[in-house]
Design a protein around this ligand. Structure first.
Ligand code: FAD
Length: 477
């Protein structure tokens, strides 16, 4: 009789790998299935949403959750955090008010202080007093006269470099610099994969597509689920479905389908000319899905920049958001989107959409017109539980005994979900009670920076992206 694993995890995206790592730290035997060659290979992420400042419309509560979860993830994976801040602005054409954003930032500073009082190691975003800085029109005029700083060290220096490139006459003032950092998916994937291969508590099965699962909970066996892949059957006591937008496939086979949206989106890789000083991530707010949706320009090393433009010609797609009503049939994308997801993009569309994205940025950064296509887009589909497309925090659900479904919307929710699943597994007495007071971050910490550098760079190249995308603009001090 083959080995019985405590937990079987289907899907090695950020959610699945964090669950496997947390269980391994606690000595629980898991088997993790990922259909691709390497883990964290699904929809991309580039921004650590430590305060939700990219979303002017979400509730204060969601902002706080995003801040707390982002800090938790940054503590777990510090080597993937790019410590450059974010410039936030509202174009004069938009309805949002700077006052409201400022009030929310004040609230977030108080919340950040509280998190630090609870645990000083939460001070990941710098001192609370520096969490954000605001700049009036007069401040901006003064800063345009300051010299360019090659590697800025303060909010003023970041703003000074940025404002020389931005047509700020088009923006409401004040504008803001906030300590929301970059987040490197290649580095996180590399560290997670190396740690999972190192531990004897997780059997990592990449290149393994799970074709079916069988519920044997009523058969009085020592395990509850059978997981089938090409030629193998694996037996597990607890099943975690972390298949991202494909979770519906296994839900359907168990008649557990639920209401959810799935959304396809893309961000574009461009290459610009060298500029004299580093710039923060630049965000120009706008109404999502309209021709003046948000513009987000994310700096990487070697003059590469990633672009999100929240219009249907750039990041969003016609019919890119589809809905399942909780019946037995999971939502499906149309042929055009499926072609992109499963077989890749036509060169001509990469060119058109990346050029659209570059032009979109030039509305606010006129000299960006000299940028060119820098590589294939970063793209993918994600799920949103329920029917509200503006939801930014999704977590986990337990639709039946011994079964968890991960429903994260932002990569930052992965650790919260892992902890919720571990609690449930203990509650169901699949594993004994874990002593959470012991510091168990040894597994991830045992992976050296050199190892991460090397594998992250290989992953970027293997997936067809410039190697520079695997490096950090500003490494943690
Ligand atoms: C364009 C874009 C930009 C984004 N930017 C950000 C950002 O800046 N910050 C942020 O926090 N979030 C961002 N997100 C959201 C983030 O990417 C997702 O929340 C996150 O990646 C979801 O992780 P997951 O592990 O739940 O799912 P996924 O990453 O989709 O992982 C699911 C895994 O399951 C595997 N799988 C599926 N079916 C099977 C099967 N049958 N057998 C074996 N394996 C299977 C898949 O190959 C995949 O690796 C962005 C999303 C998009 C689309």
């Amino acid at each position: 009789m083959g080995k019985i694993y405590d937990v079987g995890i289907i899907g090695g995206g950020i959610s699945g790998v964090v669950i496997a790592l947390e269980l391994a730290k606690n000595g629980v035997d898991t088997i993790l299935f990922e259909q691709e060659k390497s883990v964290v290979n699904g929809p991309p992420f580039c921004h650590l949403h430590a305060g939700g400042n990219l979303y002017p419309d979400i509730s204060d509560e969601q902002c706080k959750v995003l801040m707390k979860q982002s800090i938790d993830m940054a503590r777990l994976f510090p080597q993937s955090i790019d410590e450059r801040p974010t410039f936030i602005s509202i174009p004069k054409s938009e309805k949002y008010e700077v006052d409201k954003i400022e009030k929310r930032l004040e609230m977030l500073v108080e919340y950040y202080k509280k998190l630090i009082d609870e645990d000083p190691s939460n001070e990941i975003l710098g001192a609370p007093k520096d969490y954000y800085n605001i700049y009036t029109k007069e401040d901006l005029i003064t800063l345009t006269e300051q010299p360019i700083i090659k590697r800025p060290n303060s909010s003023d220096e970041w703003m000074s470099n940025a404002i020389k490139l931005i047509d700020y006459q088009k923006l409401k003032t004040p504008v803001i610099i906030v300590q929301e950092y970059g987040w490197n998916l290649f580095r996180l994937g590399a560290q997670a994969q190396l740690a999972l291969k190192k531990t004897n508590k997780c059997k990592l099965k990449t290149n393994t597509n799970v074709t079916n699962i069988k519920d044997v909970r009523n058969q009085n066996l020592d395990y509850n689920w059978e997981i089938y892949s090409k030629n193998t059957l694996s037996k597990v006591k607890y099943l975690v479905n972390s298949c991202g937008f494909k979770t519906g496939k296994f839900d359907q086979s168990l008649h557990l389908n639920t209401e959810r949206l799935i959304e396809f989106k893309a961000a574009y890789v461009s290459k610009w000319q060298p500029i004299a000083g580093l710039i923060p991530e630049l965000v120009f707010h706008g109404e999502r899905g309209t021709p003046h949706g948000m513009v987000q320009l994310t700096p990487y090393c070697d003059d590469y920049y990633q672009i999100h433009g929240m219009t249907k010609d750039i990041t969003l797609f016609e019919n890119g958001l589809v809905k399942s009503k909780g019946n037995e049939i999971p939502a499906k994308f149309n042929n055009d989107i499926n072609q992109k997801l499963h077989r890749g993009w036509e060169e001509s569309e990469i060119k058109i959409r990346t050029e659209n994205a570059i032009e979109f940025v030039t509305k606010f950064v006129p000299t960006f017109k000299s940028a060119t296509v820098g590589g294939p887009p970063l793209y993918g589909a994600q799920q949103i539980p329920g029917d509200d497309p503006s939801l930014r925090v999704g977590e986990v659900s337990f639709p039946c005994k011994s079964y968890a479904r991960s429903e994260i919307i932002k990569a930052s929710s992965a650790l919260t979900v892992a902890n919720q699943i571990i609690n449930k597994i203990q509650e169901e007495e699949i594993i004994p009670k874990i002593n959470t007071t012991i510091d168990q971050s040894l597994l991830l910490d045992s992976i050296s920076k050199n190892e991460i550098d090397k594998l992250a760079s290989e992953l970027a190249v293997q997936r067809g992206y410039p190697e520079a995308l695997s490096r950090l603009v500003i490494e943690r001090k």
